[in-house]
Design a binder for this molecule. Structure first.
Ligand code: GH3
Ligand code: MG
Ligand code: MG
Ligand code: MG
Ligand code: MG
Length: 314
């Protein structure tokens, strides 16, 4: 469920993220078994400024969705191994793809068959011969709406970091990738120290600013493949692919020192104050499931609190 979104905060924090999201070309995955036709469609879409990737075997589509992260799938109906209708059903069975737009493009003129195909949860049925304008329009408006809604749904409106649910999804995806590629992966759980006292002393809005300042530090620190999420109120998660445990602990310690140096200004008292956080780090392959990574990082965080806070434990 989406938390109610404060419009001002949204403009304040998400505006740039949204602008950025809409400026990156939309990615269209073309699932079409005939090479010449696939290339023709590709050219039409690319000429309109869209980015494309082609899958000619429908059974490779799920993997391609995972790798390419498309904003829309343009799908043929009749293919060997698996029909477009079956493939659409398969895609919809994956919870995380249930709002990904699917548009059929086929020479099938029979309305009944078109309707049955649309019952899979697909969004539109375009018929050949292709009208380039109609194709580009149908694809672009749906990709745009998806991109916009998606960036609102995945992000925490206060910090712009991934929200709790998407952080967990990202962790699941990254651990699957780490297993496939046999690469390390680290997870850090971060919790601001004695945050209740900060709220009590300086007020909730000042507490919010402290949360945002840590979120910004985390955001700045992320490489393009890293994930930063707001896991709870003043709790954050970092998922660091290709990063062994010692290196992750170093990154977290660096972050911890930089956060501790920020001078926060209070509204109530005429003085600045500082804040600290504690963190726990766990890594794959020592921990080999998402659950074990989260549990171990959490246990390490608990130890960091117990041993006096303002420290990173792995
Ligand atoms: P510890 O060092 O053990 O973590 O102590 P703590 O006081 O930080 O304890 P805890 O993590 O349990 O408390 C977190 C507090 O953060 C509780 C809640 O009132 C406050 N909080 C949660 N979300 C927000 C928020 O969005 N804004 C503000 N200002 N406060 C929040
Ligand atoms: Mg065909
Ligand atoms: Mg075909
Ligand atoms: Mg907490
Ligand atoms: Mg805390």
């Amino acid at each position: 469920l989406l938390k109610p979104v404060d419009a001002n905060k949204l403009v304040d924090v998400l505006d740039n993220l949204l602008k950025q999201a809409l400026q990156t070309p939309y990615r269209i995955l073309i699932v079409e078994d005939q090479d010449a036709l696939a290339r023709h469609i590709e050219t039409l879409l690319q000429d309109a400024g869209l980015e494309t990737s082609i899958v000619s075997h429908p059974l490779e589509a799920l993997q391609a969705i995972n790798n390419y992260n498309p904003d829309l799938i343009l799908m043929d109906m009749y293919m060997p191994d698996c029909s477009g209708e079956e493939l659409a059903k398969l895609i919809r069975q994956h919870g995380q793809y249930d709002s990904l737009p699917i548009v059929f493009l086929s020479s099938e003129q029979n309305l009944d068959i078109q309707m049955i195909a649309l019952r899979t949860g697909a969004d539109d049925f375009l018929t050949k011969p292709i009208d380039p304008k109609r194709l580009v329009h149908a694809v672009r408006i749906r990709a745009e709406r998806f991109r916009l809604l998606n960036s609102l749904m995945v992000r925490d409106s206060m910090t712009g970091l991934l929200n709790h649910a998407r952080s967990k999804e990202a962790l699941a995806a990254e651990i699957a990738r780490a297993r496939r590629n046999n690469t390390p992966l680290s997870v850090a759980m971060i919790d601001i120290d004695k945050f209740k006292a900060i709220n009590d002393k300086h007020g909730h809005p000042v507490g919010d600013r402290v949360i945002k300042s840590l979120a910004r530090l985390i955001q700045e620190r992320l490489r393009s493949t890293d994930v930063g999420g707001r896991y709870g109120g003043e709790e954050f998660i970092m998922v660091l692919p290709n990063c062994p445990q010692e290196q992750a602990a170093q990154i977290l310690n660096d972050l911890r020192i930089r956060f501790g140096r920020i001078r926060h200004s209070s509204d109530k008292q005429d003085q600045e104050f500082t804040a600290t956080f504690s963190a726990g780090v766990a890594s794959f392959p020592t921990c080999n499931s998402a659950e074990s990574l989260l549990m171990t990082a959490d246990a390490a965080l608990y130890q960091a609190k117990k041993r006096g806070r303002n420290r990173v434990i792995m």
